[in-house]
Design a protein around this ligand. Structure first.
Ligand code: GDP
Ligand code: MG
Length: 442
């Protein structure tokens, strides 16, 4: 039996995976791509293997992670899906759930981080969620090892009973009409390649070229779908992707209104929203960003880094002088003397004196990263960077590039598409790190 473990990033997938498998893990890569594939045997159930899939937010074909997950689900057809959902961010997490349900694979929802939900004073109606979603829901806390046994039992049960998700229809109005029309039209094609027709239809309405290719539709059918979609877009006044996103979020909103009780309004959350309003504001966002970066550069290159750097070179100079006189007194061969003093000390010394600046810059950048400001910058810069064909996330490697190109290029790992990664890798070395400035000057 194969279980696929799927969820958003930071929903606790790795934590749950470790709880489920203990130390029986194997790590490899998905064939052809550098996306990690981890699998392990569930403790106490030799017959059950669980595969940890990459953290994703949607099953579209945009990033390697999404393509890997989608291929795995459609081609290998796992026996069941364990969808892990961060209960403290339930609205956003359920967006993926709604798409997984359309795959018509037996599925259990693991509602993680329930310990936090409780300590915030909120409650979630598990039974209600279960009925409205049409799949079993198990509240768990992966870190506290609560509810894991029940989760495994429920997962084994859905396989045994071959219990597919009961409800598929999350759509209303124009979207509903379009999805169903397309679903009927492509029914035979979807069956032929073994893809659930509702899933295929939704993807076609979203404008998914890979799905269109795979289904081998005729010109005529492609035309008919395009007409239905255009009709829907004019009816709703928004484009196809937005229409489907709207449909899913409308459903989720209602679902949460009915089943999630948020009594504990946390002050931290309100404050965070207020700060975000300024940091991602239409006009203030970029000036704020520039101000923050200027401050960091000023602190790094002038106030802190440069001073430490000066102190360090002073130390190195003194040491060099000391060794110089020592060697001179010892009467060493002038060639060896020059090699040690002019070569090793001067050479290594001048490289060493850069280190304080780099360390200081990285210190500030890691504060930006851990405070979540980097994610806001990526969001703000997205529109601008798209104009040169990059995504907002490329900002992070580029900023790191001011410190040093090596870690900057390494950090492009986190970019989602191969193309973005390559573009960013090529552009990053043009960011001026402090070692490049003297070279420009010369
Ligand atoms: P992944 O990105 O989905 O693999 O998520 P991780 O397993 O790395 O977890 C992300 C963070 O959430 C980590 O800091 C975990 O310690 C934390 N976490 C995971 N499960 C729970 C939980 O049940 N309760 C709480 N409070 N934190 C959790
Ligand atoms: Mg993980």
């Amino acid at each position: 039996m194969i279980f696929a473990l799927i969820g958003n990033q930071n929903s606790g997938k790795t934590t749950l995976f470790n709880q489920l498998t203990g130390s029986n893990q194997r790590v490899g890569n998905f064939p052809g791509v550098t996306v990690e594939r981890k699998e392990g045997i569930i403790k106490g159930h030799k017959e059950a293997t669980v595969v940890d899939l990459p953290g994703i937010y949607s099953i579209s074909p945009y990033s390697n992670e999404e393509i890997v997950t989608r291929d795995f689900l459609l081609k290998s057809r796992p026996d069941a899906i364990i969808n892990i959902v961060d209960a403290t961010n339930i609205e956003r997490n359920l967006y993926l759930t709604l798409q997984l349900i359309e795959l018509e694979i037996p599925m259990v929802l693991a509602l993680n981080m329930m310990d936090e939900v409780r300590s915030n004073g909120n409650t979630i109606d598990i039974k209600g969620l279960q009925t409205e979603l049409g799949i079993p829901v198990v509240p768990i806390s992966a870190v506290k090892n609560e509810g894991i046994t029940e989760l495994v039992d429920k997962a084994l049960l859905v396989i045994e009973k071959q219990r597919k998700p009961k409800i598929l229809d999350f759509c209303t109005g124009a979207v509903h009409r379009t999805i169903h029309a397309v679903a009927h039209l492509i029914e035979d094609h979807a069956e032929k390649i073994g893809v659930p027709r509702r899933f295929a239809a939704t993807k076609l309405v979203e404008g998914d070229d890979i799905m269109q290719e795979a289904l081998k539709l005729s010109e005529n059918e492609i035309d008919m779908i395009a007409h239905s979609v255009t009709e829907m877009e004019t009816d709703l006044g928004i484009d196809r992707e937005a229409a489907l996103a709207d449909m899913r979020y409308n459903f989720i909103e209602k679902l949460c209104q009915n089943n999630v009780v948020k009594t504990g309004k946390s002050k931290e959350h309100e404050r965070s929203i207020l700060i975000d309003k300024l940091l991602t504001h239409k006009y203030f966002a970029i000036p704020t960003f520039l101000l923050i970066m200027l401050t960091i550069f000023w602190l790094t290159f002038d106030v802190i880094g440069q001073r430490i750097s000066d102190l360090l070179s002073l130390g190195i100079d003194n040491l060099t002088g000391l060794v110089d006189t020592m060697l001179a007194n010892y009467g060493l061969n002038p060639v060896v003397h020059s090699l040690v003093i002019d070569g090793i000390f001067a050479g290594v010394g001048s490289v060493l004196s850069f280190i304080p600046i780099i360390v200081t810059l990285f210190f500030f950048l890691s504060i930006l990263e851990d405070s979540g400001y980097m994610a806001r910058i990526a969001f703000v810069m997205d529109k601008l960077l798209r104009k040169i064909g990059l995504s907002g996330r490329s900002v992070v490697p580029m900023l790191i590039g001011f410190g040093c190109s090596v870690p900057a290029i390494m950090s492009t790992r986190t970019l989602s598409s191969d193309r973005d990664r390559k573009m960013t890798i090529l552009l990053t070395p043009f960011m001026s790190c402090s070692a490049k400035l003297p070279i420009y000057a010369v």
